[in-house]
Design a protein around this ligand. Structure first.
Ligand code: SF4
Length: 326
């Protein structure tokens, strides 16, 4: 019996940040030992919100290097670009017939994003984003999908499409379950709910110690703690949430020092910056290796795409046979 399979992916927006690590990569690295993992560079998905994709290849390579540097193992997990596996779009076309537009319009994630990004006119592709995502997952017969809370409605749509296909044409697809990421999303340096390059509030996985320090200086803290000696509230401090992730051992001491006022924010931030840089050190080292050996990265991608094509081809054979399209 084959190992259970997961499909996970990211849009290639270039170099990744620590929020990507905490919200996804850390989990993917653990899961690759337990599941047969497929990792998708979702380059077609970028088009749903940005038609200007002239740097898509460079961004894909940068993201792939971050995946490898944080511990994804290409021997365990094929990594590939969505645009290179034609079956994604073929299956998305078929799936588009199995779901109504009103169902897609009711998608709460879509409503949130439209509000967040201030989108006035939704394209057909943007509305159908979860359909393409369903094809990404089901093309590899994913049993599970590692996601954050906000993506759970999309997995539900994938499940509905799988059910609809199976009842209409015969069993081909599993109904994948969401595997929720354990750690809550990492806030941005400006206190925004999420770290995002477009908001300019990130610490990149490739940032050197001086850059991390400079960025941490700007991080928001408890606004009532103005100077050392003022008692603060770590529970509402962004820097403290970073300590909880990257400096677990010192959390009780920092908590007490902040509340009593004995600890000043500048020292606290610089300590946090040092711990984050310590965490980034081996990642940057591996990054540098892959950047200097870019042919290895390209070979990994080519190999991943070869493996993905085989699985995708097998699934499409099943689909065509059941639909009598053979
Ligand atoms: S001392 Fe540290 S935890 Fe407390 S408010 Fe300042 S930065 Fe935040």
């Amino acid at each position: 019996m084959r190992k259970k399979r997961i499909l996970s992916g990211m849009r290639p927006t270039g170099k990744l940040h620590i929020g990507h690590y905490v919200g996804a990569l850390e989990n993917w690295v653990k899961l690759q030992n337990e599941y047969e993992s497929y990792h998708l560079i979702a380059d077609y998905h970028v088009l749903t919100t940005d038609l200007n994709i002239e740097n898509i290849y460079e961004n894909s390579i940068d993201m792939l290097i971050d995946w490898l540097a944080t511990g994804l193992d290409p021997k365990k997990s094929p990594m590939f670009r969505q645009s290179q596996i034609k079956e994604h779009t073929e299956l998305a076309l078929i799936f588009g017939m199995l779901i109504t537009t009103s169902r897609l319009e009711r998608n709460p994630t879509l409503k949130d994003q439209v509000r967040e990004l201030n989108i006035e006119n939704i394209s057909f592709g943007y509305l159908g984003y979860p359909v393409l995502q369903a094809s990404d997952i089901l093309l590899y017969k994913g049993d599970a999908v590692p996601v954050g809370e906000d993506q759970v409605p999309h997995v539900e749509i994938t499940r509905e499409i799988a059910r609809k296909f199976n009842s209409q044409y015969g069993d081909v697809f599993p109904e994948p379950v969401p595997l929720l990421t354990q750690f809550a999303r990492l806030q941005g340096l400006d206190g925004s709910a999420k770290m995002s390059k477009s908001l300019g509030n990130t610490i990149l996985l490739s940032d050197d110690p001086e850059t991390v320090k400079a960025k941490m200086k700007k991080a928001v803290t408890d606004p009532k703690k103005i100077r050392k000696g003022d008692p603060g509230n770590p529970d509402i401090c962004l820097v403290f949430s970073y300590h909880k992730k990257f400096n677990k051992e010192e959390v009780p001491e920092i908590d007490a020092g902040c509340r009593s006022g004995a600890l000043g924010c500048v020292d606290c931030k610089m300590n946090c910056a040092a711990k984050i840089s310590l965490f980034l050190e081996p990642i940057i080292e591996k990054r540098n290796y892959f950047e200097k050996n870019i042919d290895i990265v390209k070979d990994i991608l080519a190999d991943g795409e070869k493996k993905a094509k085989v699985t995708a081809g097998e699934t499409m054979n099943d689909v065509r046979t059941k639909m009598k399209l053979g």
